[in-house]
Write a protein that binds this ligand. Structure first.
Ligand SMILES: Cc1ncc(COP(=O)(O)O)c(C=O)c1O
Length: 420
């Protein structure tokens, strides 16, 4: 037994704000329901393979998203790997990706040998700019990945218009946006494949886990081939195409742990409530920002229904706050007990990996090798994302706020803003 277990000390990832004013949030991530299911599964020794709970979760997920196929995996990164592999992304290809996402959105494409080509974002929504996506398309582009970052939804009409015009598939990384919709359709069902992280701080958590959905039988079968070694013959195959390779597939294994998926199954049942509570709190704070000079909500495109709310970004305008630099404003909020932060993710073009390149496969091979024509990136190439990084403030994400939580947060924001 571990004595005096403190999840924050242990660096476990959780769904609630991790520090400052914790009394504002009453969310209990793990309830008796998850504990009971895990205990039952353990007693049944349902601990390995594509168990009934795993199958049930995959079925419920695809029905909820409105897609024909789904496959659960060890994490969100593996769900993206499965989708890229499903599409046949490989050496010589380029993949267009927003520059302000978490590295795991694009890393699997790099590991498959494809070159990342970053696009800029709208600094008001923090989401991929469809015009810049189009500007980055070349004859080598194999696919576009968009990210519904922080639970906000990309302008999918514009993204899909560009994609169709150039006959390119779109992968949606929905890791921040469980349950988000675009014009009534579930995010993840709009492009060729949807990918979700089910990691511990996500709106539906398996502890560690991921899932991919698609309507495309080839993408599904290839995703199974690459990560589902030795699943029961027949389950993964819809067509005859890859029969010869079953049941071992390509011998790689990304299978999710059934206990994690069991937890995620319970959490899926609570998602609507979680989204409702997070949305009400975020919308109340956003509405109240009108009384605070120098802060404004992010843009939500008409047709978008946010969900998941993995983060709560707002935009700071120093000029309207008597010139207070954003860093100084954030530090002042922290002193008042608000767990505000900046730049939870680095813009990817600033990382040495992508700025300078890297010999991924050694001996001068791989998509990031300068000797193979990789040009790298420089500061100034992504004005939208750079502006957003400099002026976006992340406020605490509350999952089950006490009734006046939004008012408490707004009062601190206003007091600090007016102190400059
Ligand atoms: C946007 C995005 N994509 C992908 C991932 C990768 O998910 P995982 O950590 O489950 O591998 C994350 C994780 O935080 C993420 O934020």
């Amino acid at each position: 037994m571990v004595e005096n277990y403190d999840p924050f000390q242990a660096q476990s990832f959780v769904q609630t704000a991790s520090s400052a004013l914790p009394e504002l949030d009453k969310w209990e991530q793990i309830t008796e329901e998850e504990v009971q299911l895990v205990a039952d599964m353990t007693r049944r020794n349902e601990l390995s393979g594509g168990t009934p709970i795993v199958r049930e979760f995959e079925k419920r997920w695809r029905e909820w998203v409105g897609c024909r196929y789904s496959v659960s995996v060890i994490n969100g990164t593996a769900s993206l790997y499965s989708a890229y592999f499903g599409l046949g992304v490989g050496p010589g290809d380029e993949v267009i990706c927003p520059v302000n996402t978490w590295i795991c959105t694009i890393a699997p494409a790099v590991m498959l040998g494809a070159r990342p080509v970053f696009c800029d974002v709208d600094p008001e929504s923090l989401l991929a700019d469809p015009n810049d996506i189009e500007a980055k398309i070349t004859s080598k582009t194999a696919c576009i990945v968009v990210v519904h970052l922080w639970g906000n939804v990309c302008d999918m009409d514009a993204v899909l218009h560009v994609a169709r015009k150039h006959n390119l598939p779109v992968i949606e990384d929905c890791s921040h946006a469980h349950g988000a919709k675009w014009k009534g359709r579930m995010c993840g069902s709009l492009g060729i494949a949807g990918c979700w992280s089910l990691q511990g701080s996500k709106a539906v958590s398996a502890g560690e886990g991921g899932i991919m959905t698609t309507d495309d039988v080839e993408v599904f079968e290839r995703a199974c081939l690459v990560g589902q070694v030795n699943r029961i013959k027949g389950i993964d195959l819809v067509t005859e195409r890859y029969t010869e390779l079953q049941p071992l597939g390509l011998g790689m294994k990304f299978r999710a742990h059934p206990l994690g998926i069991g937890i995620a199954l319970v959490q899926l049942g609570k998602l609507e409530e979680l989204n409702r509570k997070r949305r009400a709190y975020i919308e109340s704070v956003e509405a109240g920002l009108s009384r605070i000079p120098g802060l404004r909500p992010v843009t939500v495109y008409p047709g978008a229904e946010r969900a998941g709310f993995y983060g709560f970004p707002v935009i700071h305008d120093p000029e309207k706050m008597n010139g207070a630099p954003t860093e100084v404003f954030v530090e002042a909020l922290k002193k008042q007990g608000i767990a505000a932060e900046m730049r939870p993710y680095p813009n990817l073009h600033e990382l040495p990996l992508f700025a300078k390149g890297f010999d991924v496969f050694t001996r001068g091979r791989g998509p990031l090798c300068p000797s193979q024509g990789y040009a790298g990136y420089k500061q100034g190439q992504f004005p939208g994302a750079e502006k957003a990084a400099a002026h976006t403030v992340f406020l605490p994400r509350l999952s089950n706020p006490i009734p006046n939580a939004a008012e408490v947060v707004l009062d601190v924001l206003e007091r600090v803003a007016r102190s400059f």
